[in-house]
Design a protein around this ligand. Structure first.
Ligand SMILES: Cc1c2[nH]c(c1CCC(=O)O)Cc1[nH]c(c(CCC(=O)O)c1C)Cc1[nH]c(c(CCC(=O)O)c1C)Cc1[nH]c(c(C)c1CCC(=O)O)C2
Length: 328
């Protein structure tokens, strides 16, 4: 059986002691994101330790709204906090799609350092949040369980909501294009809250923006591979690649590998989808599940990954155990 390429979402992160040391040197998470040398260093750490096939740029999906003028900070132990957009005035106060690049210059510099320093065989992945997911944070000012404030704006003032999605779509294209010009070889669009859009709203606000971003990225950068991650979209993953032009659909662990083979992998490459908890609990279950997922997806194109990011309580040794089981 062929060994699939492998990398992990959040592979640079708090479960690694060397990440925690570099983050302490930077001061805090956002300072780390904007310190090109240190952001490149934490991107490289899991590559040195594990030899993953891909490195993902170290940054965050919420840097883009910050570049557009939103306030952003992280509350220790809680997560991101932002200024809120509740109506047309909030939207009007934002900058234009082309006004983000001075703010993002350190991120582009991180890409340039990485494209010099990564081993030739390691693919550099750039990324952005999908417009819907980024909008949920900009509207609520924080992470929410059910994205209720964003759904409320969508139904109560759809003109403002749709204009925000359009701005984010356009700005994401400019942002990702610069990442590619600076050396990223693949781009990934994270739609972490895609699952809370239903029916026509999913088509309009998850599928359409992804389609527009991917079409423009491919027009500007012919042949650029694009990964889409419509997290917890379930049945909506069926046909998602064809509808959006994505070359690969990243799967969360709410769908079974067997279901995904029949319904999603038949159209092209899939990425995923081991439960991140196994990186905490380890043991024989981790080895068995690694082999089971590898085997299940072995008849078609597959990139091994988790269904969501590796968590801070993961044991770094379990990553080695997984890699040995996968590469055996
Ligand atoms: C929703 C979202 C965010 N950021 C991201 C998403 C989409 C994917 C997902 O669903 O996880 C994406 C992201 N965030 C980060 C990356 C870097 C690349 C990677 O290693 O995958 C990527 C691709 C670094 C990060 N982004 C964050 C960390 C932890 C920062 C730290 O305290 O050191 C990292 C490594 C912080 C962050 N950033 C965000 C939240 C909600 C949090 C707090 C939760 C947490 O602490 O884990 C917003």
């Amino acid at each position: 059986m062929d060994v699939p390429p492998v990398w992990l979402m959040r592979q640079a992160g708090r479960y690694l002691p060397e990440y925690r040391a570099t983050r302490a040197e930077a001061g805090d998470f956002l300072s780390l994101c904007y310190n090109s040398e240190l952001a490149a260093e934490v991107t490289l750490q899991p590559i040195r330790r594990y030899g993953f096939d891909a490195a993902i740029l170290f940054a965050d999906i919420l840097l883009l709204p910050q570049a557009l003028g939103a306030e952003l900070w992280f509350e220790t132990g809680e997560g991101p906090r932002m200024s809120t957009i509740t109506g047309p005035e909030g939207l009007k106060a934002l900058k234009g799609k082309d006004d983000i690049h001075d703010h993002m210059a350190p991120v582009y510099e991180t890409c340039r350092i990485l494209s010099r320093e990564l081993p030739k065989e390691t693919t550099l992945i750039g990324f952005a949040g999908a417009p819907w997911t980024v909008a949920t944070y900009m509207i609520a000012g924080r992470g929410t369980k059910d994205q209720a404030p964003a759904h409320a704006l969508r139904t109560e003032d759809e003109a403002t909501f749709a204009a925000l999605i359009d701005l984010l779509t356009d700005a994401t294209i400019e942002y990702l294009s610069k990442q590619v010009e600076a050396g990223c070889e693949v781009v990934k669009i994270f739609d972490s809250w895609a699952g809370s859009l239903k029916g026509e709203a999913f088509d309009k606000y998850a599928m359409e923006p992804a389609k527009r971003i991917i079409a423009e990225m491919k027009a500007r950068h012919p042949g650029l591979p694009c990964i889409a991650f419509p997290r917890e979209a379930g049945d909506k993953c069926i046909g998602f690649a064809r509808a959006t032009g994505a070359d690969c659909v990243a799967l969360d662990n709410s769908v079974s590998a067997e279901w995904a083979v029949e319904n999603v992998q038949k159209d092209g490459c899939v990425q995923g989808n081991m439960d991140p908890k196994l990186m905490v609990t380890g043991g024989q279950a981790l080895i068995d599940e690694t082999r089971r997922i590898k085997e299940a997806f072995s008849k078609g194109p597959h990139i091994f990954n988790l269904g969501h990011g590796i968590t801070p309580d993961a044991d770094p040794e379990n990553v080695t155990v997984m890699l040995e089981a996968l590469r055996a």
